[in-house]
Write a protein that binds this ligand. Structure first.
Ligand code: ADE
Ligand code: ZN
Length: 337
């Protein structure tokens, strides 16, 4: 692996950063998965923790999602969701991720008979504790599974009604191909009416048309992934003129074979064209690294320099749902480096 400048390493580790594309269910480490499987007597097709890691070899998004939903099946009670969230927030503290906007997938749990009250209580307990203990800032994005129906998404939005004060935005994830954003136009319109912000996965495996659809049909504030936008110059211009953030996930893109190798990733092309790019971990337990690991991989294989690291960290705050005052505070902190 190419070696990068040690001062870039230090800068990546010590800069304050925000993370905007993170699936909390994707932070389930094999150790916790196996412990919870034993606790609840769930039969997984793995005998050891090493077997779990060996299974993490994916050909595409769907091959990952199959294991991701299987893994999530061990999450059963309030304490499980608390530990999942707590472990991730501790990792944020270690990586100087001072603010995080996390997706959770209610349907992954409600479809198994687990009620909103169970996971919302576990998540909130950990988030409140981290806020109290070290000032961790965090908020929640409720994501709809796009392989399920519009009706199911509407039911999920209705079930979330008692929790809307702790949900900032809605998102759209799961199997992209064959499930274009317009399928959820009416659900997102309702979410907007309810005062929720909006993000959607688009252009991870899907074509640029899906990104156009997320902009026009879902009225999103950010595009999750969006790396296939480079195939459409008009779309690129649109993203630049709107300063529409893309939440790019480098290690995820390699693990899911969106690019063959990190040295072929198009993050710098996007950045050089003036797109508002951010760096994120997506599902760190499954893709081999948390937020700082993603920055380090870019430094090692794309030779991003210190200036580019600072731009990416600044973008992470600019593209967040923080107030202007909070954004300015963190942007000033980065300027001091
Ligand atoms: N759910 C969890 N991670 C995802 C990803 N990278 N794309 C789509 N759905 C997801
Ligand atoms: Zn994602």
């Amino acid at each position: 692996m190419p070696v990068h400048n040690p001062s870039t390493t230090d800068l990546i580790n010590s800069l304050p950063k925000a993370e905007l594309h993170l699936h909390i269910e994707g932070t389930l480490e094999p150790e916790l998965m196996m412990a919870l499987a034993a606790k609840h007597q769930v039969n997984l097709p793995y005998a050891t923790i090493d077997d779990v890691r060996v299974a993490y070899n994916f050909d595409n998004l769907q091959s990952f999602l199959d294991l991701y939903y299987l893994g999530a099946s061990v999450l059963r009670d309030e304490d499980d969701f608390y530990h999942l969230m707590w472990n991730y927030l501790c990792k944020c503290r270690e990586d100087n991720v001072v603010h995080v906007e996390m997706m959770f997938d209610p349907q992954t749990h409600t479809e198994r008979g687990i009620d909103f009250a169970v996971f919302m209580s576990g998540f909130s307990r950990a988030m409140t504790q981290a806020e109290k203990e070290w000032g961790q800032s965090s908020l929640l994005i409720m994501s709809f599974l796009r392989h399920l129906s519009e009706d199911s998404a509407f039911e999920t939005l209705a079930a979330a009604a008692p929790y809307l004060s702790v949900i900032t935005a809605v998102g759209l994830d799961s199997s992209e191909l064959g499930n274009p954003p317009e399928k959820f136009a009416r659900v997102f319109a309702k979410a907007k009416e309810l005062g929720l912000m909006r993000v959607a996965h688009a252009g991870e495996e899907g074509p640029p048309e899906y990104i156009w659809s997320a902009l026009h049909d879902l009225d999103v504030h950010r595009i999750d992934h969006g790396v296939r936008s480079v195939e459409d110059p008009t779309l690129m211009q649109e993203l630049v003129s709107r300063q529409m953030p893309l939440t790019v996930c480098p290690l995820s893109n390699i693990k899911l074979c969106v690019f063959d190798h990190m040295s072929e990733h198009n993050l710098l092309t996007l950045l050089d064209h003036g797109v508002m790019v951010t760096v994120n971990a997506d599902d760190p337990s499954y893709f081999g690294g948390y937020l700082n690991d993603n920055y380090h991989a870019l430094a090692a294989h794309l030779s991003i320099n210190e200036q580019q690291v600072k731009i990416l960290a600044s973008n992470s705050f600019k593209a967040s749902f923080l107030s202007d005052e909070q954004k300015n505070y963190w942007l000033q902190q980065i300027l001091a480096y």
